[in-house]
Design a binder for this molecule. Structure first.
Ligand SMILES: Cc1ncc(COP(=O)(O)O)c(C=O)c1O
Length: 353
């Protein structure tokens, strides 16, 4: 099977885990500190706080921005369910808007929704590894006075106009779940770009005079994250080269992912579209190529939330599927994926690369 994700660890990570066990310091130690500093540095944010998941990062981000009493929070129709669930868990009320051809928030609709609903927070999701047009979103934020919490769970190292995901908004939320471009197993982080917000985020992280959950990660996770982060740029480059291979060989056969001008896409997922999606996915799986649908639902359908019309997302939901693009694919794997996709469209025996 050519897997859709393939976390790879080396001797370095093994040794770090052994050292942590031998040291006896398995939580709240030097690795957690190091990870937070390196990640803030990498993203270009003022600070970074690790938490136990991306969902918790979004939840704490919303609480830190003052959500809790039915405030409106705008989210896009296409994302993992955590994006909308965090809004409900924090006590907000989501409003769902459509996505554009890049699978990120449609900015015309966003402005309509802002005028109608006066949101406290907007959560742009950098879906599949490509950033939203954050420049325009921050302009709207300045004009209309809402906070921006970037959902960068799929966008470690992605950038727009030279600035990385997680450094544009007031806050950024990351996930280090096993499949992510920086995997820890489980984990998350909040990047903070505003001095005043550091205090608000801390309230939800440090035990003190404010009720809070324990959201810490262990030293094991922080060590894995620190060592995986060092390899991120090289791995993102390989993801981009795999994506270019697919784009070259699948041109004209599928609706392929497009890159927004000024955007550095890190291809957390390579997502393409075809009207015969379901039979193609089934065929790929039967031939040992792992293909998945991200996502088979839209956020407003899933949780019955308020929404604007979503013609793009309605179509994309029926047609999108993702194929393996991870950095450990060999040239042969890439060719097999392309051949199998062509075979799925053509009669047997035709369509080799
Ligand atoms: C876009 C998006 N937001 C939020 C999350 C939630 O992260 P976690 O699974 O670490 O809670 C994920 C990933 O799982 C995600 O892909």
């Amino acid at each position: 099977m050519i897997n859709i994700v393939e976390p790879v660890f080396s001797e370095e990570e093994k040794q770090a885990l052994v050292q942590i066990i031998e040291s006896g310091r398995i939580t709240r130690g030097r690795w957690t500190q190091t990870f937070q500093e390196s990640f803030a540095d990498f993203v270009g944010s003022k600070a970074c706080f690790t938490v136990c998941s991306g969902t918790v990062a979004l939840f704490i981000g919303l609480k830190a921005l003052g959500v809790g009493n039915g405030e409106r929070v705008i989210v896009p129709a296409m994302s993992f369910m955590a994006t909308v669930d965090a809004v409900y868990l924090a006590g907000g009320v989501p409003v769902v808007v459509d996505v554009d051809e890049y699978y990120t928030m449609d900015l015309n609709q966003l402005e309509d929704a802002i005028k109608r609903f006066s949101p406290k927070v907007v959560i742009p999701v950098h879906l599949y590894g490509q950033m939203c047009d954050m420049e325009s979103i921050m302009e709207l934020s300045n004009r209309y006075g809402f906070f921006v919490l970037e959902d960068a769970a799929q966008a470690h190292g992605a950038s727009y106009k030279g600035k990385k995901a997680g450094s544009w908004g007031h806050l950024g939320a990351f996930s280090f779940y096993a499949s992510k471009n920086v995997p820890m197993g489980e984990g998350g982080a909040i990047t903070v770009n505003d001095e005043d917000l550091i205090r608000e985020v801390r309230k939800w992280i440090d035990f003190g005079d404010h009720p809070a959950f324990n959201v810490r990660i262990t030293e094991f996770q922080a060590a894995i994250g620190t060592l995986q982060l060092k390899k991120l740029e090289e791995r993102n480059t390989k993801r981009r080269s795999n994506a270019n291979f697919y784009k070259k060989h699948l041109k004209g056969l599928f609706d392929l992912p497009q890159e927004r001008e000024g955007s550095f896409h890190v291809y957390h997922l390579f997502t393409l579209r075809h009207p015969e999606r379901d039979s193609i996915v089934e065929f790929l799986k039967s031939k040992g190529v792992d293909a998945r649908v991200y996502y088979p639902y839209l956020l407003h359908e899933l949780r019955n939330s308020d929404h604007l019309p979503t013609p793009n997302a309605d179509l994309f939901k029926r047609e999108v599927f993702s194929i393996p693009v991870h950095p450990f694919l060999s040239e042969d794997d890439l060719k097999t994926v392309v051949d199998t996709l062509k075979e799925a469209l053509a009669p047997a025996g035709e369509g080799k690369v």
